[in-house]
Design a protein around this ligand. Structure first.
Ligand code: CAA
Length: 394
């Protein structure tokens, strides 16, 4: 049987961050509420010249580093912070990355689940054309109102994955468990910049989705909890992932000591604790974090993945780490990209947050407050312009 999965991964996040200790002072709260209560330390905040397109292109450039661009047949862009109701964000990224014209470009949406939908639906396409590859990009900005309970679970970032046959990083098992239920736990009407969220309800539904997908997954695979060596969960806040993992173990009647639980999920949460929620990218940020930070050789290990998108659709699936995966990671770049982020003062945070664009078609040059390779440069006649690195197609 032909293996299908993730051949390379690029990761990117905004150049500035808000320290939750700084936010705690502004909100007159104990910082432990964030550090211990949520498991969150800092969150990436986009400057005006960064958005889901610029971050997605930057992640895409990393993922394509050792890939022949001519083999990319399709770009799938998953987001819930889209910049247009009609045109796919994938088209801007396709141009910024100088991909060949005979390539499809589309956008997927279903809250944080959109990227998993892209993965599961794209992989079988490769069976028909095993010489081709697919670029899947997940990019989001998690934005909630200032001084609301969601404020401390903001963040932003992007993941780009090249999907192929015989993947160099992780092969994905297409026997999965999935679940849909029409609920209003989190949503963002077209006329709003910030999401509405029923925080506690959404956390309960996240756990219910885990329960439902797990039963469906078990029936499809006959795999048990103990057949998985590591776990990656969609992570709105790391504390919810820790709770979900305990919940799943209990549901499977497995006794988990803290050491075992840490071995399962600790490394997957390292990056998320620093960048915050990244919606569609979050599950795969966990994967990159695990691959980059786990001191053990993960070759041959099975990872369980839980994807949850409010609204809601959820899916549980697994993947097996390829031998020699370490030779194909981007760990040094990822770590230095995180280390070189700049802290925001509370007033800079407000300034970034409150930056708005005209809606009357007038021209505005976007202040280049973040130094990045790809950026949003101007809005003119309702059209967004981007600039970035251009490499010729070989
Ligand atoms: N020291 C230590 N712990 C403290 C503390 C202190 N000083 N003060 C409070 N805490 C603890 C609380 O005891 C609580 O712990 P438990 O969860 O174990 O009870 C924890 O901090 C959180 O505090 P609250 O219960 O007051 O919760 P909150 O009001 O901060 O809300 C949240 C948390 C619901 C996640 C909120 O951030 C939110 O609404 N976020 C947006 C929605 C969200 O992320 N939902 C998750 C599921 S939906 C989804 O997955 C899709 C998606 O990406 C959005």
């Amino acid at each position: 049987v032909q293996k299908l999965g993730i051949d390379s991964i690029g990761f990117y996040t905004a150049r500035h961050y808000m320290d939750l200790s700084t936010l705690a002072v502004a909100r007159d709260l104990d910082p432990n509420k964030y550090h211990i209560g949520l498991g969150q330390y800092t969150m990436s905040i986009p400057a005006p010249n960064e958005d889901v397109i610029s971050m997605g292109a930057a992640a895409g450039a990393r993922a394509l580093k050792n890939i022949d661009k001519k083999t990319i047949s399709t770009v799938i862009f998953a987001t819930e912070s889209g910049i247009d109701q009609s045109k796919a964000g994938a088209i801007y990224i396709h141009r910024l990355l100088n991909l060949p014209p005979h390539c499809r470009a589309i956008e997927f949406k279903q809250a944080c689940y959109g990227s998993t939908a892209g993965l599961i639906m794209a992989l079988p396409m490769l069976l028909a054309n095993p010489d081709q590859k697919i670029l899947l990009i997940a990019s989001d900005t998690a934005r909630y109102g200032l001084n609301t309970p969601g404020e401390s679970s903001q963040g932003c970032g992007a993941i780009a994955m090249v999907l192929s046959v015989n993947p160099r990083l992780v092969s994905i098992d297409l026997r999965t468990g999935y679940y849909t239920q029409d609920i209003m736990d989190f949503w963002r009407p077209n006329y709003r910049d910030e999401a509405f969220v029923e925080g506690k309800y959404s956390s309960r539904m996240y756990l219910q989705g885990l329960n439902e997908t797990w039963s469906h997954y078990q029936a499809a695979t006959e795999l048990g909890f103990q057949d998985h060596d590591r776990f990656c969960y969609h992570t709105p806040v790391p504390k919810l992932t820790e709770k979900a993992h305990k919940y799943l173990a209990k549901h499977c009647k497995v006794t988990l000591n803290p050491e075992k639980s840490n071995a399962h999920i600790f490394d997957s949460l390292i990056y998320g604790r620093l960048i915050g929620n990244t919606y569609t990218a979050s599950l795969f940020v966990c994967l990159v974090s695990l691959l980059d930070n786990c001191p053990d050789d993960l070759s041959g290990e099975r990872i369980g993945f839980y994807s949850y998108g409010s609204g809601c659709v959820a899916e549980f699936f697994n993947g097996t780490v390829s031998p020699q995966y370490r030779d194909h990671l981007d760990t040094d770049f990822n770590k230095s990209m995180l280390q070189t982020r700049l802290p925001l003062t509370y007033s800079q945070y407000q300034e970034f947050y409150n930056f708005t664009l005209p809606v009357d078609g007038s021209t505005v040059e976007i202040p280049a407050l973040a130094k990045c390779d790809y950026h949003f440069t101007r809005l003119s006649e309702h059209k967004r312009c981007y600039e970035g690195e251009h490499e010729p197609v070989e």
